[in-house]
Design a protein around this ligand. Structure first.
Ligand code: S3P
Length: 174
């Protein structure tokens, strides 16, 4: 692929996309966009409220619109939501317009991280603690096909920020 001027960070809920994306942007001296925040600004309400008041289909429409709006950005790291790559043609859009980086984590690791704040995630609203591991395992398996199309897959737990920077630096416009 040509040298990218945008990086899309993808991966399951709780895999550290926003934190790692922000750190990467700062190391590169690039701008940073959190797609979930952008959606909240566009809708004027929080993600849990969009889900409960308008439904998931409306949320997915807003999500694709927010993603499309990143097209004009340059030298920008964009952290996406866990479902972004698996909705509509979002993954094709990201592959065509930037470098896609999948932060991969095991279900066990994701469980530890997600169990701390499930209320922020509408998809976990009706999942109780006992079945959360099974839910994460099944959802991750369902989404792996989209995630694995990424240009680069990173073992998120065992890769520190400087290793991540080294991995991507050959692919981007500096
Ligand atoms: C979602 C993940 C969330 C958010 C929304 C839907 C998903 O983002 O976009 O709640 O479908 O996995 P995070 O991955 O940042 O939690």
């Amino acid at each position: 692929m040509q040298q990218a001027n945008k990086i899309f960070i993808i991966g399951f809920m709780g895999s550290g996309k926003s934190t790692r994306g922000r750190q990467l942007a700062s190391s590169l001296g690039w701008a940073f966009i959190d797609l979930d925040k952008k959606i909240e600004e566009m809708a004027g309400m929080t993600i849990p409220d969009i889900f409960s008041e308008k439904g998931e289909t409306s949320f997915r429409k807003l999500e694709s619109e927010a993603l499309d709006r990143t097209l004009s950005e340059s030298k920008t790291v964009i952290s996406t939501g866990g479902g972004t790559p698996c909705s509509g043609d979002n993954m094709d859009f990201m592959l065509a317009n930037g470098l896609t980086v999948y932060l991969k984590m095991t279900p066990a690791m994701l469980l530890t991280r997600l169990a701390k704040s499930p209320e922020k995630r509408p998809l976990l609203k009706n999942v109780d603690k006992k079945t959360m591991f099974d839910f994460i395992t099944a959802k991750l398996a369902e989404r792996e096909g989209c995630y694995s199309r990424a240009d680069i897959t990173v073992d998120s737990f065992n890769t520190d920020n400087s290793e991540l920077y080294s991995l991507i630096k050959n692919y981007i416009l500096e």
